[in-house]
Design a protein around this ligand. Structure first.
Ligand code: ADP
Length: 272
C-alpha cells in the first residue's frame, strides 16, 4: 500500500506546554528545521510497516497510524503497509460457524477458511485502510494490493501442509516473485514495547540487538509465542538486505513516527 499525501499540524496540547518558551509558529519552524538531517536520511527510502494486532484495535490508534503514514509519505519516504486482520477473520468465521483452528500458533487455513480470509483481508481490511488514508487528508493516494495481484506473494505447500494448508513462501517477496522490495527498514507493530529480555517483565526491553544476539535469545527460549514469527521475519529480512528491523509498540499513538524520526537511529522499541 503506497501513499502520497499532505498535512502537518502539531498537537495543541504539546504547544501549550511550551507556550511560555516560544510561540507555536516558532516551535513548528524549529521542529521542522531540526528534523532536516533525519528527513534527508530517509527521503526516497522504502519502509515496510507490518501493521496489525494492537495498533488496529481502536479508532484513535488507527487514525494515528494513518496520520503517521501520510506524514512519512509527505516527507519523501515510501511506506509499504503489510496489514493483518486476524481478529476480524475470527469474527466472520464465528458468524459462519466455521471452526477457528491454530496449530503451533499458525492458522490452519483450509479451503473454506481461505475464502473467508480472502473476503476479510482483501475485501474489507485492506479497503478500509486504503480509504482511511485516501479520505483522511486531501491528496492521500494509497493503493491496495493482495498477494494475488501480479503474483506479489508466492506460496508453496508447508511441510506440515496437512495441518496448515499453505505457508507463505516469501513473506515480503518482490513483485513478479523476483527479488526483494529493496526496503531500507522493516517495522513491525505489536502489543508489547519490543523484545523483552524477560517476557514477564515489561521493564526489560532490549533496545538494540544484532542478529547473532537475537538468535541466541531464541535458542535460550527467551522469545516465545507470536514473537517468534516476528523475530524470524526480522532476521530473514536483514539477511536479504534490509538495513534495520524494528519491533515497536502498536498500542502507543505515533510510535511509527517516533521510530523513524529518531536521531540516534534507535527508537522506542527494539532495533535489530
Ligand atoms: P501481535 O498480535 O501484535 O501481532 P503477537 O501476539 O503475534 O503480537 O506477538 C507478541 C507477543 O509475543 C507478546 O504479546 C508476548 O506475549 C509474546 N512474547 C513472547 N516472548 C516475548 C519476548 N521475549 N518479548 C516480548 N514479547 C514476547
Amino acid at each position: 500500500m503506497l501513499s502520497e499525501c499532505v498535512v502537518f499540524e502539531s498537537e495543541a496540547s504539546n504547544l501549550a506546554i511550551v507556550e511560555n518558551v516560544e510561540n507555536p509558529d516558532q516551535l513548528r519552524v524549529r521542529i521542522i528545521s531540526e528534523s532536516l538531517p533525519c528527513i534527508q536520511n530517509w527521503r526516497g527510502k522504502i519502509v515496510v510497516v507490518k501493521y496489525g494486532g494492537a495498533a488496529m484495535k481502536s479508532a484513535e490508534l488507527k487514525a494515528s497510524v494513518v496520520r503517521d503514514l501520510v506524514l512519512l509519505s509527505c516527507l519523501g519516504l515510501r511506506p509499504i503497509v503489510v496489514h493483518g486482520g486476524g481478529s476480524e477473520i475470527n469474527t466472520l468465521l464465528d458468524w459462519l460457524n466455521i471452526p477457528v483452528r491454530f496449530h503451533d500458533g499458525l492458522r490452519v487455513t483450509d479451503a473454506k477458511t481461505m475464502e473467508v480470509v480472502s473476503m476479510v483481508l482483501v475485501g474489507k481490511v485492506n479497503k478500509d485502510i486504503v480509504s482511511r488514508i485516501n479520505c483522511a487528508y486531501p491528496g492521500g493516494s494509497a493503493v491496495g494490493l493482495s498477494g494475488i495481484d501480479d503474483c506479489l506473494l508466492m506460496a508453496r505447500p508447508s511441510p506440515n501442509a496437512a495441518q496448515l494448508a499453505i505457508q507463505h513462501h516469501r513473506q515480503y517477496g518482490g513483485w513478479g516473485g523476483g527479488g526483494g522490495l529493496g526496503a531500507e527498514r522493516l517495522i513491525l507493530m505489536t502489543d508489547v514495547v519490543g523484545i523483552l529480555e524477560d517476557r514477564e517483565d515489561p521493564g526489560s526491553l532490549v533496545k538494540q540487538i544484532d542478529v547473532k544476539g537475537v538468535k541466541k535469545m531464541m535458542e535460550e527460549g527467551k522469545v516465545g509465542g507470536g514473537m517468534i514469527r516476528k523475530v524470524d521475519c526480522c532476521v530473514q529480512s536483514i539477511c536479504e538486505g534490509v538495513k534495520t528491523a524494528s519491533i515497536i509498540d502498536g498500542r502507543v499513538q505515533h510510535s511509527l513516527l517516533h521510530e523513524i524520526i529518531s536521531f540516534h537511529g534507535v527508537g522506542s522499541g527494539t532495533t535489530i
